[in-house]
Ligand binder design. Structure first.
Ligand code: NAI
Length: 245
């Protein structure tokens, strides 16, 4: 089975939540395709691995708006340009809404939606001045449908989809594309401890009778960031094996 092949030689990319799961695979694939990847995570890897060649790590909590602005300014001043942003970091705190406390709600909205907004706003300034750039935001199919126990998560991901469309409208005239991906259930640290019944239900929902790996999301990210997607903006691509069908 082949995977997509793109060239990002010398292009500068920021990937949030790059230390694990989907973000790790996106960062690794972009670096392998020649990009200078800046991996941002609240818990970056303690030691460099062979697969991290081409990735510079930064420890940052996306909930700190000032720190996000400073980091983007630093990456811009060192590299002279920022070509791509992948807003991937996300958390879940699942609970039925009548049991969901203030912290469960705020933590998920603050990381998944507000943190992504801080990063998008900071990078948009750099990209507008350059007159080019591409952005991919990782949403979820659960931002497009109802999901028991995910009032906070679904609302944050629906917000990401709306933010994507508005950003595409506002930034398009300056040559900047903004798209979203809505993954279905993907094998990552976020999902590895889910009860077997939930995994089985997700598999039963798919048309392909399987859960995808992080590679299927990374392939789609690279396509959307690349020039092959030069006329695609403001859209959401479900990558879910047909879970939404
Ligand atoms: P993960 O839990 O494996 O990795 C998330 C990464 O984000 C971690 O490295 C974590 O340290 C980082 N992070 C968390 N809070 C942060 C903060 N405040 N500041 C900076 N970094 C922070 O998650 P996974 O599964 O790789 O998910 C990646 C994205 O894909 C998330 O936005 C998630 O909502 C989304 N997604 C995942 C699905 C799945 O089935 N795994 C399905 C649909 C969407």
């Amino acid at each position: 089975m082949g995977t997509a092949s793109f060239c990002f030689s010398g292009e500068v990319a920021i990937v949030t939540g790059a230390a694990a799961g989907i973000g790790r695979e996106i960062a690794r694939r972009l670096a392998a395709a020649g990009a200078l990847v800046h991996g941002v995570d609240v818990n970056p890897p303690a030691a460099l691995r062979a697969e991290d060649v081409g990735i510079t790590w930064y420890q940052l909590d996306l909930r700190e708006s000032g720190a996000v602005e400073e980091l983007v300014a630093e990456i811009h001043s060192v590299n002279g340009h920022i070509d791509h942003l992948v807003n991937n970091a996300g958390i879940a705190r699942d609970r039925a809404l009548w049991k969901m406390d203030d912290c469960d709600w705020s933590a998920v909205l603050d990381v998944n939606l507000t943190g992504a907004f801080w990063m998008l706003r900071a990078v948009a300034g750099v990209m507008r001045a350059a007159g080019k750039g591409s952005v991919v935001q990782i949403a979820s199919i659960n931002g497009m449908r109802a999901k028991f126990g995910q009032a906070n998560y679904s609302a944050s991901k629906a917000g990401i989809l709306s933010l994507t469309r508005t950003a595409a409208r506002e930034l398009g005239p300056r040559g900047i594309r903004v798209n979203a991906i809505a993954p279905g259930m993907i094998e990552t640290p976020m999902t590895k401890d889910l009860p077997p019944a939930i995994r089985e239900r997700a598999i039963a929902e798919t048309c392909l009778a399987r859960i995808g790996g992080a590679d299927v999301i990374a392939d789609t990210v690279l396509f959307l960031l690349s020039d092959a997607a030069r006329h695609i903006t403001g859209t959401v691509v479900p990558v879910d094996g047909g879970q939404l069908v």
